[in-house]
Design a protein around this ligand. Structure first.
Ligand code: ADP
Length: 188
């Protein structure tokens, strides 16, 4: 099963990716997690990405495309994968298409989690507070920028993938278990 989880920050992509890992035995490929690991390890890529991520802007397509292309070659991706946080621009989606063609892989579905913006700001702020693990980009101003970046650059991917017949849209405002059940249903 080769999937993309698409949706704004706070829609629950990471949470639902965990459910898909269990259900299908496939790895989660989160470009955000990989970039945060690079920052923690102070690699050149991490040092370059940090200021951009702290503002809630997007890291360059070249950087994330390279991350994903390399990751897709790992053994654990042979059974499939769930992409979380990638692609985020039309250029990334086009690059992914070429990568997958070159690796003889094809997407099975793009699961879109829909959610309204004001709820998302609240959700992210609450999650940061309750977990005690606020990320540097978890303050209201940066969250609003992340949402705007999503609307302008990432949301157009819904049309892009709809034209390929791949999109399955789900209401991400439901309870976690209900969202999981809905995802499994559309993928069955
Ligand atoms: P969220 O979905 O909550 O915004 P992520 O962990 O997916 O969190 O992303 C955090 C940040 O990492 C983004 O705001 C962006 O700066 C960077 N990032 C992650 N994935 C990508 C990507 N595919 N393209 C560009 N930047 C990315």
């Amino acid at each position: 099963m080769r999937l993309i989880l698409l949706g704004p920050p706070g829609a629950g992509k990471g949470t639902q990716a965990q459910v898909l890992i269990e259900a299908f035995g496939i790895p989660q490929l989160s470009t955000g997690d990989i970039l945060r690991a690079a920052i923690a390890a102070k690699t050149p890529m991490g040092l370059e990405a940090k200021a951009i991520m702290d503002r809630g802007d997007l890291v360059s397509d070249d950087v994330v495309n390279a991350i994903v292309s390399e990751r897709l070659d790992a053994d654990d991706c042979k059974a499939g994968f769930v992409l979380d946080g990638f692609p985020r621009t039309i250029a990334q989606a086009e690059a992914l298409g070429e990568m997958l063609d070159g690796k003889d892989m094809a997407l099975d579905a793009v699961v879109e989690l829909r959610a309204d913006e004001d709820t998302l700001v609240e959700r992210i702020l609450n999650r940061a507070k309750e977990s005690g693990l606020a990320r540097p980009d978890d303050n209201e101003e940066v969250i609003r920028n992340r949402l705007e970046v999503y609307r302008e650059l990432t949301e157009p991917l819904v049309v892009f993938y709809s034209n390929l017949g791949l999109v399955r849209s789900i209401d991400g405002m439901m309870a976690v278990e209900e969202v999981s059940a809905a995802i499994k249903e559309v993928l069955a």
